[in-house]
Write a protein that binds this ligand. Sequence first.
Ligand SMILES: Cc1cc2nc3c(=O)[nH]c(=O)nc-3n(C[C@H](O)[C@H](O)[C@H](O)COP(=O)(O)OP(=O)(O)OC[C@H]3O[C@@H](n4cnc5c(N)ncnc54)[C@H](O)[C@@H]3O)c2cc1C
Length: 400
Amino acid sequence: MSLGSDYFDVCIVGASIAGNYLAFLLSNSNLKIAVLEDHSEIGLPFQCAGIISQKLTQLIELPKDIILNRVKTAKIVSSTGKYIKLSGDEHPYIIDRIALDRLYYHRVENNRNITYYLGEKYKSFEYRSDNDKEYVLIETSKRNIQTRMLIGCDGPLSSVGKQLNVKNNVLYASQIRIKADFDEDEAAMYFDPRWKQLFGWIVPEGNRIFRIGIAASKNVNNCFKRYIEKLAIDIDNKIDQQGGIIPYGIMNKISFDNIMLLGDSACQVKATTGGGIIMLLTAAKYASNCVNLCFKNEDFSKEFIKKHYEKPCSTTIGRELKLHYFIRLILEKFKAKDFETFFTIIKENRIEHLITLYGDMDFPKALIIKLLRKRTVLNFILKFLVRNPTIIFKILKLFF
Ligand SMILES: Cc1cc2nc3c(=O)[nH]c(=O)nc-3n(C[C@H](O)[C@H](O)[C@H](O)COP(=O)(O)OP(=O)(O)OC[C@H]3O[C@@H](n4cnc5c(N)ncnc54)[C@H](O)[C@@H]3O)c2cc1C
């Protein structure tokens, strides 16, 4: 290994959606930016169900060819096969995830201030100082890089995070793409105590192709087999198969001296659905604003980054992510009977159409308030909590 020592103002680790979008947001700043990516091709391996709420187009300009399909209803199925269908104004996008990852890369790849190092692994960092200027020295698999700011966009098993003692709890996912006969306008979620930390999904990609997957904290292959049996699909007809890791919990600490975490590395992921894209796109805007302020004020301290990055994230997506985790804690304890009682309440109160599931599920505060205003829903939740007092302690710990 020949070690040079290159200087960049900012070094982003990870060229997936978080890293590329942040590089794009910073592309007009005149900062010299390095982006390190372990894989030699952006967007691969493909590891996503690709369902994203309509908020996506409020956050970014989405080229039409990235949208493969839209869904009109969400079907929620209990372990005994009872189900409810929710619909509303929200028609989530089913996207071409590889193309989304490449979108911002292609927008900045010719920018003379931005250098991509593909097929190069970030290994570790050290704090250094030179004439009272703190900087970070990074070792990659091919070189040393000096930088004022290191940004870990390196996913759920973040090496940057690990060195900062930030560790995500994770779920393991397995997914196939297959031609099948499900409803092309509908996304389905199958709940089951065997994979209680999330659910099994069916996402219609279009052209009669469906992304069928599951995430669980252990025995994912076994769970996936059971799930496929449940759906009565012949796995031998699959087009291809993907794996993946989903972080699980609430947002991590994300600011450190000269360093920030963004995206899955920061656990900016909804504990209800495993979806991270809306959250990380929102956080990336705060991150880019903070980077610009750090250089303007020559202040790279943890306190400054906390004020201009972590705080805005905490008061927006951070709060909502806590609510997602709160809902997840409840759903994990839901038995088939609880699902059925809940379905009955929704139907009797005619609130299937009130809940625009994916839209509200990015920012569930409004949905929770809407639901708890219904006395039957409130009574049901209170009775459920009395039956499951351990959740109350977890919830108190979460919010106080
Ligand atoms: C099976 C599955 C289904 C999902 N479905 C959805 C969905 O439907 N909707 C949704 O919104 N979200 C979904 N998600 C979550 C979504 O994919 C993530 O939130 C999103 O990819 C996070 O982007 P990121 O850029 O933070 O991290 P990642 O996409 O994990 O990218 C991290 C990048 O860093 C690189 N890297 C890692 N370590 C190093 C290193 N040491 N050196 C250099 N490079 C490194 C990796 O190669 C990778 O390119 C799903 C996730 C999985 C696994």
